[in-house]
Structures are given as C-alpha cells and as structure tokens.
Design a protein around this ligand. Structure first.
Ligand SMILES: Nc1nc2c(c(=O)[nH]1)N[C@H]1C(S)=C(S)[C@@H](COP(=O)(O)OP(=O)(O)OC[C@H]3O[C@@H](n4cnc5c(=O)[nH]c(N)nc54)[C@H](O)[C@@H]3O)O[C@H]1N2
Ligand SMILES: Nc1nc2c(c(=O)[nH]1)N[C@H]1C(S)=C(S)[C@@H](COP(=O)(O)OP(=O)(O)OC[C@H]3O[C@@H](n4cnc5c(=O)[nH]c(N)nc54)[C@H](O)[C@@H]3O)O[C@H]1N2
Ligand SMILES: [Mo]
Length: 721
C-alpha cells in the first residue's frame, strides 16, 4: 500500500509539458513533473478535444487491455470504456492474451468459444468418472488461485486431491514435471515444447490404423473426418503421421505413444489442453487436434470423457459455482467500429494504414494519436518490449492511470495516480464464484490518488459529458443503484436476496447454487439436431471448409503439424539452443505487486529466477544461484539461476512479471518479454505467442547493473521548473 513505487500525484513527462503533444523518441526516458489535479485534467481534456477534432475518435486507442484489480464497479477498463464511449468512441481491442487464439478458432470448430471456456465439464464429473486424464500442459496448481473479478473459494486443489485419492490414471504431457502436483503420481511425458500437435496426430493415427476410433460418433456428430484421416495416413503428402514420425519431433518414444493411444481408447478419457499451448505460433493446431482426437474416441458429451480447455489455467475452469452475472456498470455503446486483435498493438502503432488478415477478413490499422491505458500493463504483457518501446514513441500522447510506477506509467506523458481496491468501496465476484463480496474500504487513499471513476468524472465534466458519465451518482450511490437493480431482477426470478444495507453489513451474499454436475456438449450428444452446434454444419468440424476457404497456409482447413520458428527442432535453435518457457508466475498475478514481499522472496539477488536443467547448466559453467544473462537477437535480460531436474533438458523456464527495467536493450530485472517475438499465432486469430522463445544463457560475470525500477522515476515539482 505504501511501496516507494506508489504514484503520489499527477505527473507529466517534462518533454510533453514543455514541447506539447507529438511523437517523441524520449518517451520512457525523461523525467516527470508533478502538477496539481486541476492542471493535469485541464491539459488532458484539451488534448482529448484536440485529437477528436483533428483526427476523429478512431485516433484514440482505448483497448486498455489488462487485469486491473478485483471489484465490479471500479473495474478500470469498464470505467474507461464508459467514459470514452460517452466522448464519442475509440478504437478498441478484441480477444485476450489469455486465450485469444482459441477464441477465434473455436467458433469454426465447435460453434462457440464461450461453451468451451465457460461451460466446460465440471470437476465433480471428472473426479467421479474419468479413468484416464491426459493433461497437455498439466493442471498447474500455481495458476488456479485467480479468476477474473476475484474468487471466494479455491476449489481446484481439492478436486485434484480427490482425483489422486480415486487413483485415476494421469498422463502429464509437459516440459515441466511440476505442472501437476506430485500427489497425483502422474506418468510424465517430457515433451519437446511446441510439438503437442505432432503427438496428438500420432495418437489419432494409432486410433485410425488400429481401428480404435468411434466411426459412429464421427458419422453422427462430426464433419470432415475423412479429409483429416487422409492427412493422418499421409495419402497426399506421403508422410504418415505415425508414432515413429512423432517420436522424432516430440522426443517421446513411439512405443509410449502407441501405448497411450490404446489406453485412451479403452478407458473413459478426458483430454485437457492448457491455454498456454495456444499462446505460441500455430497455437490453433493443438486445440483443434485435441478436439479431433477426443471426437475419434467418441466420448465427447459423456461424463468424465471428452475435451476440456484451461483446467489449471484459471480458477473458474470446471468450477462448481453458478454461471451468474453479478452487478456491473454499463459501458454504453462504442460508435467507432475500428478495432484490433489485442496482441497487434505494436504493429498498429508502427504501421498506420497497413493491411492485415484476421479471421477471414482483410483489415487495416488505424492511425492512433492518443493511447489511453487504465488497468493494464502492456510493458508487462506484450512481446518484444524493445519493439514496443519504439511503437510507444509514435503517438502524440500516452495517458496512463496506475497506482504504481510500472514500466507502462514510465512510458506515458500523463500519469494519473489511482487508488487500489483496499482504498475504496466496491463489491466483487469472479466468474463461477460462490459469493458476492462486499469490499469494505480498509485504508485512506494513498497520497493524492483518486478512484478511476473520480478522475474520469472530472474529465467528463470538463468535456461537457459529466452527467452522461456519472448520471449524477457518487460511487456509494452507484453501488446501491447497481445492486438494487440486480436484486430486483433476482427477486423477480424467485431468489431471496438481502437488501443492500444487509448485504453490506453481512459482508457477503451466497449466490444461488447450480447443479455441480456438468458435462460439456452432453445436450448435443443427446440430440444433435435439436441442439446443433453453431458451426456451418451444426456438427464438430474436424475439417472446416470455411477455415480452408481463407487460404491461410499458417492455419489450413484441418489440424496439421506446422513447424514454428521458435522451437528446438528448427534452424534457429543452432544460434539459440534453449527453449525458454515464459509462463505465468507462481509468486504474483502477472506484474502486479512485484515489489511486494511474496514476489521479492522468490528473487535471486533481486532478479527473477530462471530454472534450468543441471545438464544444461554444467557445460555453460552455471551454478545454482549464479547471475545469468539470457539473450537472443531481440534483447537480453538478467536472471538468477535455479538448477532443477524437474524440467526436460534443453528447456529453461522464466515466468513473466518482473517489472521491465531496461538499460539499452537489456532488462536488468528478468522480464522474458524482451526476448519473445512479436508475431501472431496465425493470420486466422492474430493471437499472442509469448509462451515460447529460443534463447542462449551464459553466466554473467562482473558487476551487474543496479535495479532502478524499485524506485520511482525522477520527479520534480512544477515550482522547481
Ligand atoms: N511472454 C509472455 N507474456 C505474456 C503471457 C505469457 O504467457 N508469456 N501471458 C499473457 C496473459 S495470459 C495476460 S492476461 C497478460 C496480463 O497482462 P496485464 O493484465 O496487463 O498485467 P497486470 O500486471 O495484471 O496489469 C494490471 C495493471 O493494472 C494496475 N491496476 C490495479 N488496480 C488498478 C486500478 O484500480 N486502476 C488502474 N487504473 N490500474 C490498476 C496494476 O497495478 C497493474 O500494473 O500478460 C500476457 N503476457
Ligand atoms: N499465480 C498465477 N496464476 C495465474 C496467473 C498469474 O499471473 N499468476 N495468470 C492467470 C492468467 S491471466 C491466465 S490467462 C492463466 C494462464 O494459464 P496457462 O497459459 O495455462 O498458464 P502457464 O503457466 O503460462 O502455462 C501452463 C503450463 O504449460 C506448460 N507448457 C508450456 N509450453 C508447453 C508446450 O509446448 N507443451 C506442453 N505440453 N506444455 C507446455 C508450461 O510448463 C506451463 O507451466 O493463468 C492464470 N493464473
Ligand atoms: Mo491471461
């Protein structure tokens, strides 16, 4: 709450204050001047007016991707979008860094992404019925303690414990052994990263050639299996995708692959794929291939069988809470139709007007003059941060609301300090949460920090849209209003919901419960005509004519093995022979509270810890606890080495989230996104590929540069200018 990196007062980059708006290579490298709230809001209101008058609302990028904090009313992105909509609209963003590749692919294959991502089979049905769990990416327990919006009860560890007690057979397919808790006694298949699709194809090939596939299911519920089988058998390319073929790619012995396929066919098998598998080049393929494989087993729609996505990626996947809409603030309507796929931010800023492909359409990038971010940290989440720094020199003005001096705040022109969830009143609940929680204020706002709502209300008043934005309510009045409307709606449906005063006093409200037994596509299985999927055929599309018609060689019409650039089997590995897995951090949520005690305790000499196998460390002269330099041709970062035999050889693991702390193109703190490539998963989805990158690692000798991101940037007061 009182970290030295809290932002105390509105601050303006000196160059912007002195020279006015415009592209500036100094952005991110200059000192700041503290100004009063009135001056900051007057300047920003004038700049918003100027940009709108000279370039139109489309020139404002308000995508503002990010997690912010829990709490429904003060949800930073909703607040900003509501404000910008009232102002006439903005260029928005689509999809997520989390599962942006799947969310574009799945509608083509199974008709809906939401079904898979929100209504997946529930853990109790898996625990009770699954005999064999085949977990691609595992079920990493470290990830399940968060859910967007907040989460009251952590259920997943309990379900994993029950699964262990029942003695279910578990296949862990991952480069990292600790992607499943030890107590599950899983069999570990230490796959070469990025080759899961090859393994799935070989499993499918074994099913097809040993006649273990369910022809009836494929005929009745699917379309496009024959084309896929031709590909599996290598009819056209002369290359059967058999276990021997996959063994060389995946590093998993052919006999193990054949054995696993036979066990899958003879047991009630649940196939899960973590979201990480689609956060790579051609990330569509493992998801599509897993669905094809599950369809061949014919167990889709049966309790404990079929396909699931994101178990171990998020707390709500498979959870038993109701799929309940909790009170929320309306964002209004955005009159601007321009948007970008969210991970194309740097492409957009660097290439206004450039054409690109997305989901079968040709689109072009808008010319952005003002970037407005509230509740996200692109210098955490985006790839190739040295390229993003260049992109951030392009706009006329960058505005950031933040509680902390993150790298994104340091790359802004106008920085406005906001409160955190503990400094305001709100209510919160996550997806599939069990309770709505009254979030009482715990402490007074830090220094001059204001709620995002108060900041935007102040701007709205200056811009003549005050009433439209606030509707005349204070935050406390909004809480009562939103809760009241929601309560009326639920009471009409026959639920007993306490008054706002009683809810606030009790501190929580137990949401109505749902039947915890849920099997994805059980209704489709029961009646595929009445409950047809929203695909063109109404069925599961193992091959998709529509995707094929787009003509993308990086995402053809059926699941296929496509060689990525960033993988150990390719040419690039000759220069950069280690595959870095840049996954989610165990010790924090993304970059949030990186300065806090929990995150800091995981660091080595103040740097993020990178895990590598002793057999990879030894020839490089790296010992446990050494400072190392991780590098490739895009950039480099420092990290502290941890030697660990729980990774396969050739793989290193550095989580995301160490605050970006650049000295030239080197991040001295250990942020993997200085290394990752800013390339999309494919032209279909344009999704994020930050999970994998090829690197080399060497021992860092000499005096390491100090860490500066744990202190605020240089700030002067206006009177000192
Ligand atoms: N290499 C690589 N990169 C990745 C990933 C990966 O696997 N590999 N994963 C990606 C994924 S899945 C995601 S979701 C993204 C996450 O990326 P982000 O969601 O952008 O990361 P956060 O650190 O959660 O950023 C939220 C920011 O909001 C601020 N904040 C908190 N409360 C408030 C508030 O009330 N108001 C305002 N205005 N701000 C507030 C926090 O201080 C924090 O800086 O990262 C992506 N990046
Ligand atoms: N503690 C914590 N939990 C979080 C988050 C956080 O920041 N901190 N972020 C949340 C968010 S926003 C999201 S979207 C989810 C993300 O959920 P995921 O994307 O599923 O999570 P990751 O930890 O990035 O990756 C999961 C595992 O996939 C494995 N993996 C990587 N590459 C491969 C591969 O090629 N093949 C196979 N078989 N396995 C591979 C890695 O070993 C990794 O540990 O996590 C959420 N949970
Ligand atoms: Mo995410």
């Amino acid at each position: 709450m009182t970290d030295p990196t809290r932002i105390a007062a509105p601050a303006i980059r000196r160059g912007w204050l002195e020279r006015g708006p415009g592209p500036d290579p100094k952005r991110g490298q200059e000192d700041f001047v503290e100004v009063g709230w009135d001056k900051a809001l007057d300047l920003l209101a004038a700049e918003l007016r100027r940009v709108r008058a000279e370039h139109g609302n489309e020139a404002i990028y308000g995508g503002s991707y990010g997690w912010a904090s829990s709490g429904r009313f003060h949800h930073a992105q909703s607040q900003l979008h509501r404000f910008l909509n009232a102002f006439g609209g903005f260029t928005s963003s689509r999809n997520t860094y989390s599962n942006g590749t799947s969310s574009v692919l799945l509608p083509h294959v199974v008709g809906s992404a939401a079904d898979v991502l929100r209504n997946g089979s529930s853990w109790p049905t898996i625990v009770a019925n699954t005999e064999l769990l085949v977990a691609f990416g595992g079920v990493p327990e470290k990830n399940v303690f968060v859910t967007p919006g907040g989460v009251t009860r952590h259920h997943t560890p309990g379900f994993l414990a029950q699964l262990a007690e029942r003695g279910a057979d578990v296949a862990l397919i991952s480069p990292l052994r600790n992607d499943l808790p030890d107590r599950l006694r899983a069999r570990w298949y230490p796959i070469r990263p990025a080759t899961d699709t090859a393994l799935m194809l070989a499993l499918a090939h074994t099913l097809a050639t040993e006649n273990l596939h369910d022809r009836q299911f494929l005929d009745r519920y699917c379309t496009g299996y024959p084309e896929f089988e031709r590909y599996l058998l290598g009819v056209d390319d002369g290359m059967p995708k058999d276990a021997g073929w996959a063994a060389t790619l995946t590093d998993i012995p052919a006999s193990d692959i054949v054995d696993l396929a036979r066990r899958m066919a003879s047991h009630r098998t649940f196939i899960t794929v973590t979201w990480s598998l689609q956060r790579i080049e051609h990330g569509e393929q493992p998801v599509w291939a897993a669905i094809a494989l599950a369809a061949m087993l014919g167990q889709i729609g049966l309790p404990g069988g079929g396909f699931g996505h994101g178990y171990g990626s998020m707390g709500d996947t498979g959870d038993i809470g109701p799929d309940f809409r909790v009170p929320y603030l309306s964002q209004g309507v955005n009159p601007v139709r321009q948007f970008i796929p969210v991970a194309r931010i740097a492409d957009m800023l660097l290439n206004p007007g450039m054409a690109y492909q997305y989901d079968g359409a040709e689109r072009s990038y808008p010319d952005i003059r003002l970037v407005y971010w509230s509740g996200g940290n692109p210098f955490h989440h985006h790839q190739d941060l040295n390229r993003l720094r260049k992109a951030f020199t392009r706009p006329d003005t960058v505005v950031v609301h933040e509680p902390f001096w993150t790298a994104t705040a340091r790359h802004a022109d106008i920085v406005l300090p906001t409160t955190t969830a503990l400094e305001r009143e709100d209510f919160g609940a996550g997806r599939r949460d069990t309770h709505l929680i009254a979030m009482h204020q715990v402490v007074e706002p830090y220094a001059q920090a204001r709620d995002d709502y108060a900041i935007l209300a102040g701007l709205a008043t200056r811009l003549g849209i005050g009433d439209r934005f606030t509707e005349g309510r204070t935050p406390w009045e909004w809480l009562q209003h939103l809760y009241g409307a929601w309560r009326d709606h639920l009471m009409d449906k026959g639920f007993a919901v306490p008054s706002f005063a009683d809810f606030w006093h009790a501190g929580e409200y137990r949401l109505p419960q749902e039947n915890p037994d849920r099997t994805l596509w059980a209704d489709f299985r029961a009646d595929p005509i009445a409950n047809r999927l929203a695909t063109p055929s109404g069925r599961i599309e193992i091959s998709s004519k529509r995707v094929a018609s787009f003509g993308y060689d990086d995402c053809p019409g059926h699941p296929a093995w496509l060689e990525p650039v960033e993988w150990l089997g390719g040419e690039r590995a000759a220069s950069f022979p280690l595959q870095l897995i840049a996954n989610q951090p165990r010790t924090r949520l993304h970059g949030q509270l990186d300065g806090g005690a929990v995150s800091q305790a995981g660091k080595i000499a103040g740097r993020e810890a990178v895990r590598l196998h002793p057999a990879d460390a030894e020839p490089r002269g790296i010992a446990d606890g050494d400072l190392v330099r991780i590098f490739n041709d895009r950039g480099a970062c420092l990290a502290g080495a941890v030697l660990d035999t729980n990774l396969r050889r050739g793989v290193a693991q550095l989580p995301t989230g160490a605050w970006f702390d650049p000295v030239g193109t080197l991040c001295v703190h250990g942020n993997p996104n200085v290394l990752t490539a800013d390339i999309p998963s494919s032209r279909l989805s344009q999704g994020c590929t930050g999970q994998h990158v090829l690197v080399e690692i060497e021992r860092f000798a000499g005096e390491p540069p100090g860490i500066s991101v744990r202190r605020p940037p240089v700030i002067s007061r206006e009177s000192e200018m």
